[in-house]
Design a protein around this ligand. Structure first.
Ligand code: NCD
Length: 309
């Protein structure tokens, strides 16, 4: 039962609970009318202390499609945070107005703190470089839909693996599925954090290795998860400029990849995928964005206990 639950990190839900969400999301995709009015009268607050296009709009679109309403801010400068209000007080207040809080915040751990003060379920829409569990739902649903299941593949994570929260959440989530192999492709400065490599993957017995050239490993991959270099989390601009174009996926590199490869990207893209790749049927990142809305519909309806029997 997901009713009333917070969703702060991807492993807050069991594999069975995730499966329930994916089945519901696929059902919504096939029969959009099924959940059409199930959240009528419910209010979702979207509190975005950091920029967003897909996550905020897909949450809002999802709630509107469920028949509910949505309010909030996309710019912390327009909220009382700008006057120095604490996160705890903001959350206590918003709990009086909304049935569900979706929050993105630049501080790692902010969503967990919010969940301790909220009277309603809190969904983490990204906390700094830490986790982004609903992007993980999106990624897992995309993999499940396109490959027919979540097992038995080699995934390459490429780009900013140090600051990229989508990678941290997805790698951690995939470590619970069978026969997944991982290759982490990054410059030495942007390696996946040690807690993830040693604390999670090694503990779970996951087969993984690191590489610094995409060309050297692309032919082995069944899935390639590209990411942008996270400019906003760098301490200085020179390092960002030096590292930002470390990897650029183009048609020539795609020639060396399997015909059955899928290229995912949480988006926004900056330079790391040449737009010529968009025409390649193996590029699925815009499809992925659409699955994000279906799985968020399933999540909202479930935590609000609004799924019709
Ligand atoms: C990601 C994020 O916010 O972490 N974007 C998203 O939600 N789809 C990826 C990114 O910003 O690079």
């Amino acid at each position: 039962m997901l009713k009333g639950r917070h969703f702060i990190e991807p492993f807050n839900f069991s594999l069975e609970e995730l499966e329930e969400l994916f089945v519901l999301a696929e059902d919504v995709e096939a029969h959009p009318e099924r959940l059409q009015n199930c959240c009528r009268g419910k209010v979702q607050a979207t509190l975005f202390f950091e920029p967003s296009t897909r996550t905020r709009l897909s949450f809002e679109a999802a709630m509107l499609r469920l028949g509910g309403s949505t309010l909030g801010f996309a710019e912390p400068g327009s909220s009382s945070a700008a006057k120095g209000e604490s996160l705890a007080d903001t959350i206590r207040t918003v709990s009086c107005y909304a049935d569900l809080i979706v929050m993105r915040n630049p501080k790692e751990g902010a969503a967990l703190v919010a969940s301790r003060y909220a009277e309603v379920p809190v969904i983490n829409a990204g906390d700094g470089g830490h986790h982004h569990p609903t992007q993980t739902l999106t990624d897992l649903l995309t993999i499940r839909r396109l490959r027919g299941g979540i097992a038995d593949f080699t995934v390459g994570f490429c780009g900013d693996l140090k600051f990229g929260r989508t990678v941290h959440s997805l790698a951690r989530a995939l470590a619970r599925y069978p026969r997944i192999r991982m290759i982490f492709i990054s410059p030495p400065e942007l390696r996946a954090p040690e807690y993830l490599r040693q604390g999670v993957l090694e503990q779970a017995g996951i087969e993984y290795r690191e590489a610094d050239r995409l060309e050297a490993v692309i032919g082995e991959l069944d899935l390639l998860y590209m990411t942008r270099v996270q400019r906003e989390r760098f301490f200085n601009e020179e390092d960002y400029i030096r590292l930002k174009d470390s990897y650029i996926l183009n048609a020539e590199k795609m020639e060396a990849a399997k015909k059955s490869l899928f290229v995912l990207h949480p988006l926004p893209r900056v330079n790391e995928i040449d737009t010529e790749v968009d025409r390649d049927p193996r590029a699925v990142y815009f499809k992925q964005a659409k699955y994000g809305m279906y799985v968020r519909m399933a999540l909202i309806a479930s935590v609000l206990g609004a799924v019709p029997c």
